[in-house]
Design a protein around this ligand. Structure first.
Ligand code: GAR
Length: 225
């Protein structure tokens, strides 16, 4: 996929449902030049999402499409796809977007849509990931960035951040530490995507055209930086 938007920057749409702190970290990466991209749309299914006024205050086009106002999932997703395509976005980044997306929407953006999820996938897809990891007696939690496929939180993972679970951790404390890692990790993954370093081929992550045997680790990347 070309990243030519006239200014040489990739065009991103970010989908949120709430706070939008990952969205903010992506915007900061665009500002700093870490990411050769610009955010042309922030969309939410939740009109109350705290991230919307933040993005609007930065002069970014925002839309809220309340999914409850649509007759069907298909109607909601048709409108969402139209808004994304009208914005000229080449890539779609789910950043705390808490709606399951249907097959037709997912295949439209196949290879161009990423999600960040707060667990070491394939462990703990879905909700309450940190509470489930603690309840299970795990010693490690984390977060993953993956290509979106029709299977919920099931697409190929390109990068993970590992975070130790401390004996006295609550899910809130753990979530905060994982979130800090997410904020560093997501811009790296998006940069790989828009630079064409990582791609989705035959249902697998590829690094510069070679199948990746396993996800890369944020800790290794930061250690070698
Ligand atoms: C993040 O922890 C993200 O990984 C998670 O929601 C949070 C959003 O925070 N996403 C999911 O659980 C998706 N399955 P944010 O709105 O502050 O970026």
């Amino acid at each position: 996929m070309s990243t030519d938007s006239g200014d040489g920057k990739a065009r991103l749409a970010i989908l949120i449902s709430g706070r939008g702190s990952n969205m903010q970290s992506l915007l900061a990466a665009c500002d700093s030049g870490q990411l050769a991209a610009k955010v042309c749309l922030v969309a939410s299914n939740n009109p109350e999402a705290e991230g919307l006024p933040y993005a609007a205050g930065r002069g970014i086009k925002t839309i809220s499409l309340d999914h409850r106002q649509f007759a069907s999932r298909t109607d909601f997703e048709t409108q969402l796809a139209k808004s994304i395509d009208d914005s000229g976005a080449e890539y779609v980044l789910l950043a705390g977007f808490m709606r399951i997306l249907g097959e037709s929407f997912v295949s439209r953006y196949q290879g161009r849509m990423l999600n960040i999820h707060p667990s070491l996938l394939p462990a703990y897809p879905g909700l309450d990931t940190h509470a489930r990891a603690i309840a299970n007696g795990d010693t490690e939690a984390g977060a993953s960035v993956h290509f979106v496929t029709p299977e919920l939180d099931g697409g190929p993972v390109m990068i993970q951040a590992r975070v130790r679970i401390e004996p006295d951790d609550s899910s809130g404390k753990l979530a905060q530490r994982v979130l800090e890692a997410e904020h560093r990790m997501y811009p790296i993954a998006v940069a790989w995507l828009v630079e064409g370093l990582v791609s989705l081929q035959n249902g697998q992550c590829h690094w510069q055209g070679e199948a990746m045997p396993s996800p890369r680790l944020l800790g290794d990347i930061e250690a070698s930086a």
